[in-house]
Design a protein around this ligand. Sequence first.
Ligand code: TRP
Length: 451
Amino acid sequence: MNEKRSSFTGRIGFVLAAAGSAVGLGNIWRFPYLAAKYGGGIFLLVYLILAVTFGFALMIAEIALGRKTGMSTIGAYSKLNKRFGFIGILGAVIPAIILPYYSVIGGWVTKYLTVFLTGGGSAAAADGFFSAFIGKPVEPLIWFFIYIAVTTVVVMFGVEKGVEKVSKIMMPILVVLTLFIAVYTMFIPGAMEGVLYYITPDFSKFSVTTVLAAMGQLFYSMSLAMGIMITYGSYMKKEDNLEKSVRHIELFDTGIAFLAGLMIIPAVFAFSGGDESALGQGPGLMFVTLPKVFDYIPGGSIIGFVFFLLVLFAALTSSISLMETIVSVLMDKFKLGRKVSCLIVFIFSILLGISSSLGNGIWADITIFGVDFLTFFDFASNSVLMPIVAFLTCIFVGYVIKPQSLIDEVEISGPFKSKRLFTVVIKYIAPVCILLILISSVLNGLEIISI
Ligand code: TRP
């Protein structure tokens, strides 16, 4: 098959498509709770430093790999060196771990959307609403099924384009709304303390875990270390400026994460009455604090509805591209049809996702390495597998195909301003740091996650 790969219409199209994949629950749901839990400002600082060094270099590497080879993950590595094809396969496993639990959270968002739609906003603001909901045996499962079914239908009928168009309109609205909520929240009595917690680094809260968590979040949020960006790169035109595109995708992704934190963390301070333990509550943070903000703002139930609708769209574009990746691997590797592949991924996701959903309720006593299923899958993909894939990618680029080969690729479309930074990070800084962090996390044992 020598079919010409379809390509994006131009640089803006490419940046928006890649940003659409990158911006999702990772930015709005995951980033704020990690920042709250790992010390606020210090987490933000570590994250930003990693984003402009690690994140930048890895994203350049992945997109350039894709554009150079014109192939997606599995093909790209082996085309350049047969022995390293396994990195692509390893990377392709990660979306399969993420998609099921991502859809469980997507189900929670859908539930909140309907709560606000039916005028239940104040009830959702009450203490205990969220934990009572996720602790139920059946209801969260139903929302999860609905969410993953919608994702599957979109991927099955290939109507991603339609969804993407809608989300391109909705994304800017999400940014404006997030900004509005963030500014509004700042003026709630007691919230300023939270703003300070979020933006001033407290170095006494720094630890290896902070770096591990920030690094995992970086890979997750920017959809790195699982080959998705390689696929996107394979659709990119040779004449589009690669370095500039990467800068813009990063800015977009980090900007939205920052705003989401600014919207949620001060609200925790304003509504918890100075109870700092509220900061460490983890995955439920957004669902617990935002309804309180919406209850406080006049007309908040409508704002809440619109907000969760926009978040749902951001989540759907991400879960669709996660599913698409797994489906395309099944289609290419096992020569299966599109519908069959979708069904397989659907059933697999349901089976794996059920454990993540029930782990918050009736299966709370069943734990893996001391944590519930959702936390385990999240940790295994973001803090173990992704760093491994990122490490191998650095070795591959730094020592097997050599950074120069990708620098040449970037330079096809203009000067590569940060090529020295790129080379140093890929060859030395990134592999050494990732290795150190991985080793220390293994030595500290998996309990690290349950802190
Ligand atoms: N980056 C996405 C988010 O922030 C989540 C994600 C991780 C993802 N890997 C992906 C999305 C791959 C699409 C494809 O929510």
